[in-house]
Design a protein around this ligand. Structure first.
Ligand code: NAD
Length: 447
């Protein structure tokens, strides 16, 4: 069987940006002590030796630290973006120039370029894949299921040049995959449910040391950061509507309130709605919130949460942003059909005029914390990417015995990551006495 033709070693905006990317990556590294420790161990033990790994992640300074760690562990890494707007071009240049990572990512790239880069990461013929949103793995599955019509054109035209055995090898060669975010995990669980999942997947998002911290504190802070950088609005005294009170929504609501906003939560889940109310927020349907909100943020992982009827009800000057994974939470296609625009107002701010009222959509409805800011702070990505690195190691060690399903990282790894982080923060905690251990394991003792 002939090998799949591999692609050029990188496609980045400008390699001359690499020095700035190095500085930025080194700055992030200062806040990533857990990943640093894993990197040191990986360099010695080489757990990923000889493995080709294709990652589809936001190409940021924190991801650079993960990619370097994986390379140090012996992997040959290809990296493409998991969103057309989230790439830091200087970081991409640094990884390509100084670390030999095959980076295919350019900030602001077209859909065509985005999928061509996914194709290039696939041409790396991965043993392991790492996704943030499951775009890479979905493409692999469309190939496995011979659903070429469902592939984006750049991937499809490449797949058509492959022989049947090359296509088969592309999928069967994958030991397993890891998934970073809620939306990706939902897609992968749907694949498992449909019985089409081709290899085991580790849901990194489901680790406690991921979603409790990254989704809540990371998204909470960086979403507000993105909105402020894009608009420079005053949060104090404004009414902020948070759609979705999951891990991300809780974080954004908490930080918006901390900045002085009056926060309204909208939900479809009665438990989460109740929790939001008892956390002290106003809860109401979006149709009502639309009338009073100054700033709207969607964090649901769902489709068309803000629809035309809501947009029509909003006040003149309302600002609308999304921090959920895909740019489908705001019905921008519907808006484009009836409103005038878009007219650029500021970087990452577009003005639409609907029924004589001005509406401002941020970052084309893409995750605003990555479009207009720098994504999560490194300190929280330290936890997420420690999980990613350890999940890759786990797949190499145990992938052969895992079923073709969506798995969680073993609880012991979660505990280890939390302990390492606490130690790096200089925080010691108590441990159970033998008497307490026995008490907690027994049922006989009452009052
Ligand atoms: N911006 C980032 O950096 C970042 C980071 C992590 C996760 N994410 C993404 O953010 C999204 C949310 O993630 P999460 O971990 O909070 O998920 P989650 O499942 O914990 O929460 C989502 C919430 O949205 C609610 N919801 C669904 N449809 C709704 C609707 N129509 N109206 C109101 N509420 C609705 C659900 O009931 C749920 O409570 C996902 O797409 C995830 O991939 C983004």
């Amino acid at each position: 069987m002939t090998a799949v033709k591999t692609d050029p070693s990188h496609d980045v905006r400008d390699l001359r940006l690499a020095d700035e990317g190095r500085r930025r990556t080194e700055w992030a590294e200062r806040f990533m002590p857990v990943v640093r420790q894993i990197r040191e161990r990986f360099a010695q033990e080489q757990p990923l030796q000889g493995k080709r790994l294709s990652a589809c992640l936001h190409v940021t300074s924190e991801t650079a630290n993960l990619a370097i760690t994986l390379q140090e562990g012996g992997a040959d890494v290809a990296l493409c973006a998991s969103n057309p707007l989230s790439t830091q071009d200087d970081v991409a240049a640094y990884l390509a120039r100084d670390h030999g990572v095959k980076v295919y990512a350019i900030k602001g790239e077209s859909n065509e370029s985005y999928y061509r880069h996914i194709q290039q990461a696939l041409a790396h013929q991965p043993d392991l894949t790492m996704d943030d949103g499951a775009d890479l793995v979905s493409a692999l599955h469309m190939i496995a299921l011979q659903r070429l019509d469902d592939l984006a054109p750049p991937v499809r035209s490449w797949v058509e040049t492959l022989s049947a055995s090359q296509r088969q090898r592309l999928v069967s060669g994958v030991i397993g995959s890891t998934e970073e975010t809620t939306t990706g995990v939902i897609r992968l669980k749907a694949m498992a449910q449909d019985g089409v999942l081709q290899f085991p997947v580790i849901a990194v998002n489901d680790s406690q040391t991921k979603h409790l911290f990254d989704n809540r504190y990371g998204t909470g802070q960086s979403t507000i950061d993105g909105i402020l950088r894009a608009t420079n609005v005053l949060m104090a005294g404004s009414t902020v509507v948070v759609a979705g009170y999951g891990w991300c929504g809780r974080g954004v609501a908490m930080r918006a309130r901390g900045a002085g906003a009056d926060v309204i939560v909208t939900e479809v889940d009665p438990l989460r709605a109740l929790e939001a109310r008892m956390d002290g927020y106003r809860v109401m349907p979006l149709g009502e919130a639309a009338l009073v909100g100054d700033l709207f943020v969607t964090l649901t992982g769902n489709l068309h949460v803000i629809r035309l009827q809501h947009l029509r009800a909003m006040k003149d000057g309302a600002i609308i942003a999304n921090a959920g994974h895909f740019n489908v939470e705001i019905d921008l296609e519907g808006l484009a059909q009836v409103a005038k625009g878009p007219k650029p107002a500021r970087p990452f701010v577009e003005e639409w005029v609907l029924d004589g009222k001005r509406l401002y959509v941020l970052g084309e409805g893409r995750l605003i914390n990555l479009a207009a800011a720098e994504g999560h702070p490194a300190s929280v990505m330290d936890l997420s990417f420690a999980n990613q690195a350890l999940a890759a190691e786990h797949l190499v060690r145990h992938g052969g015995s895992l079923t073709k399903a969506v798995h969680r990282i073993p609880g012991e790894i979660d505990q280890r990551v939390a302990r390492l982080k606490l130690a790096a923060m200089g925080i010691a905690i108590d441990s159970l006495t033998p008497e307490q251990q026995q008490y907690l394991a027994s049922w006989e003792a009452g009052t």
